[in-house]
Design a protein around this ligand. Sequence first.
Ligand code: ATP
Ligand code: MG
Length: 320
Amino acid sequence: MASSDQILALIKSHLSGDDERFRLIAEQIAATESKAGHKTVSSSIKHELSSKPGIVAKLRRVNPINAELAEMVLEVDKSYVIQDLISPESVLEKVKRIVREFHHKEKLAEFRLQNRRKILLAGPSGTGKTMTASVIANEIRMPLYIVLMEKVITKFMGETSLKLSKIFDLIAQSPGVYLFDEFDAIGTQRGLENEVGEQRRILNSFLQFMERDESDSIIISATNSVESLDKALFRRFDEVINYQLPTTQEIENLVLRQMEGFLPKSICLDSIIPLFEKMSHAEITLVCRDVMKESLLMNKPVDYELISSIVSQRFLAYAN
Ligand SMILES: Nc1ncnc2c1ncn2[C@@H]1O[C@H](COP(=O)(O)OP(=O)(O)OP(=O)(O)O)[C@@H](O)[C@H]1O
Ligand SMILES: [Mg+2]
């Protein structure tokens, strides 16, 4: 029989829309049933899984907009809720405040106050910036759009400015959460030696568009390298949220959440948590998924040896 942990993990993965985890756990239940001699149940689970292909990441073109905008802006599925975000309380509080102010924007407006809606997210790769945009969009029930900066910034200032103006028209016309990912592309520090006037003009152009914007949309800029950003930029945003690599406690929470239903009760967390030190949330998530797959397909127990071998394989891959 599937354990209560497995059933709980299955329900949670379904509710959070995490298809990959849902399938992993379902496969594990099929394996457990098969081992217990319940071959019919096991093959029924496998049959159900194979009859419905996995939900492929759904990237839709923004609709209804013209072909030029469709090149630059993607609507993405937003499956995360705030409980999925494993971050310090200070970060979670800021995210909740953005959501709360959005829900009460009319009340704020009565007193000529505006909800926080121009946000800068800064921190290392894989620490939850894109995830936060998804959480905010989900919590305020608005579509999430990702602006592809590499499609916006061209060699020609006039052209870039025109593209930005079209995007800001869209922001005004189609309320949503707009994520300018890799904002560094335009936000690099002004006055650097190798800096060309062109880049500064693009950045200024972006800031002017953002300043003029009075739409209902939430505009989020995300960057990996806060150091390279001109600090003068910060005051243009209503909120700046800094992300860090996970603390030991956060690693533990993440590992327990990711491998729920897979970790044997006997496992010594104090010995496995240090294996994940210095990794980002995204890397830890990937390692946990690899561990679950390896355990499932190779019929190996989830233990220190398996986890440390997957971690070393990952680091070897980086070294090459
Ligand atoms: N704080 C977090 N809590 C829980 N899971 C996380 C967190 N951060 C990242 N993850 C996991 O890693 C995946 C990738 O994270 P995300 O795309 O949000 O990183 P990012 O900060 O935007 O990175 P990048 O700077 O490379 O764009 C998420 O989909 C999630 O599975
Ligand atoms: Mg991101």
